[in-house]
Design a protein around this ligand. Structure first.
Ligand code: GLU
Length: 429
């Protein structure tokens, strides 16, 4: 067993699935397939830098609360660290470390010149006022001021954060260094150098990968039955784009539960309904209430987990009826469940490919910012689609040549590219 010495141990509960151990298992499987030497594997198993800062914040009632903010920089072998910042109660240092590692493989697989990182604060943003969130975001970034920068580490939105938080972070960084630095974050508002197409990008990427996978099976999106877990930034965008393309979205859910309609939900109307009801979808006309657990096991063609990790596990995998599982979230299928699905011949479209649209458009935003030339949305979408489709075909090709499942194929491509760069750069000193 490798020692991941920079990280604290995970609580020892038999039911607990440690996301970092899982990420390392996928890395080890790829290393085995690639015949990587043990030293390289050791380097890639360890994040390069793990930072935890304390964030004292004055609440609106005058009390002071101290939060812990993490930033894990897994690898910068191929370029600046890149990855989102998550505000969610389930954030732990090990989870952030796992997600940072996934970012390294994701960027390498897509061929964009970045390493991998992730940040997070264990809070439920819904429990804080806008003013409190602004103070938390600003203090978090100012504590990390020496660790980030447009050629060092470039944060972006993730679960619980959006363009609003990126604007505060860009401003805090810029005020601290004395001039405007738009390139320090991506996923910014358009007014300060954001890119058209960024908000829908992850959802659009998921739609593209599902469309390509269906095409390989001789099918189109028209009429396919889709269930989507999650109706946040990613889930709602993918629902909208798939329904526009003719797919039937039979169910969606949020943390509070899900809704089902045999004839398909009217997604544009559902988006308006959710916006009016403080993001709640429950009670949407002509739908039946279901639980999140029910959604995962519905009879459908495509199941899209677009929420948290570890949703399809040994407990429920045998009830999953979908023929394609598209991982819009990071790590929604556990290691064991993944093996079961693969053995049953279910197509599992892995996270590091399927949800890469977000970071691809982040890269396009960064490129536009550095070159001071901004593109129309059509060009952004076209460039993103090109990179996604290319990566998809590389994965399929690798899977065929090596006779391995898609996930392992994607990992061998991502890990292989980083390992090659590491070998060529050599070890300092
Ligand atoms: N948080 C997104 C992800 O997990 C986007 C990261 C980025 O744009 O840097 O891929």
């Amino acid at each position: 067993m490798l020692s991941k010495s920079l990280l604290p141990p995970e609580p020892a509960s038999p039911a607990h699935i440690c996301p970092f151990d899982q990420a390392c298992s996928y890395l080890e499987a790829a290393a085995k397939e690639l015949n990587l030497n043990q030293g390289l594997l050791e380097i890639l198993s360890h994040p390069r830098k793990v930072v935890t800062v304390s964030i004292p914040v004055k609440l609106d009632n005058g009390e002071i609360q101290v939060l812990a903010g993490h930033r894990v920089q897994h690898s910068d072998v191929l370029g600046p660290y890149k990855g989102g910042i998550r505000y969610h109660p389930a954030v732990t240092l090990r989870e952030v470390s796992a997600l940072a590692m996934l970012m390294t493989w994701k960027c390498a697989l897509l061929g964009i010149p970045y390493g991998g990182a992730k940040g997070g604060i264990a809070i439920d943003p819904k429990r804080y006022s806008v003013g409190e969130l602004e103070r938390i975001s600003r203090r978090y970034i100012s504590e990390l001021i020496k660790d980030i920068g447009p050629s060092v580490d470039i944060p972006a939105p993730d679960m619980g954060t959006s363009a609003r938080e990126m604007a505060w972070m860009m401003d805090t960084y810029s005020v601290n260094v004395g001039h405007a630095v738009p390139g320090v974050v991506t996923g910014k508002p358009l007014s300060i150098g954001g890119s058209l197409g960024r908000e829908m990008a992850t959802g659009r990427g998921v739609m593209i990968i599902v469309r390509e996978a269906l095409a390989d099976q001789g099918k189109s999106l028209a009429g396919v039955r889709v269930a989507i877990q999650g109706f946040g930034n990613v889930g709602s965008a993918v629902a909208e784009l798939l329904s526009e393309a003719g797919a039937k979205i039979i169910a969606v859910s949020t943390g509070a539960g899900g809704i089902f309609s045999e004839v398909g939900l009217d997604i544009p109307k559902l988006k308006v309904y959710a916006a009016k009801n403080r993001k709640s979808i429950m009670g949407f006309p002509q739908s039946i209430s279901i639980s999140n657990a029910d959604l995962l096991t519905l009879p459908c063609d495509v199941l899209i987990p677009a929420a948290l990790e570890n949703q399809i596990t040994e407990e429920n995998v045998n009830q999953v009826q979908a023929k394609i599982v598209a991982e819009a979230a990071n790590g929604p299928v556990t290691l064991e469940a993944n093996l079961t699905l693969e053995a049953r011949g279910v197509t599992v479209l892995p996270d590091i490919l399927t949800n890469a649209g977000g970071v691809v458009v982040s890269y396009l935003e960064w490129v536009q910012g550095l070159s001071y030339v901004f593109w129309d949305e059509e060009r952004v979408n076209r460039e993103m689609e090109h990179l996604m489709v290319q990566a998809y075909h590389r994965v399929i090709q690798q899977s065929k040549v090596r006779q391995i499942p898609f996930r392992l194929a994607a990992y061998t491509l991502g890990v292989g590219r980083v390992a090659q760069a590491l070998t060529d750069r050599g070890l300092y000193p």
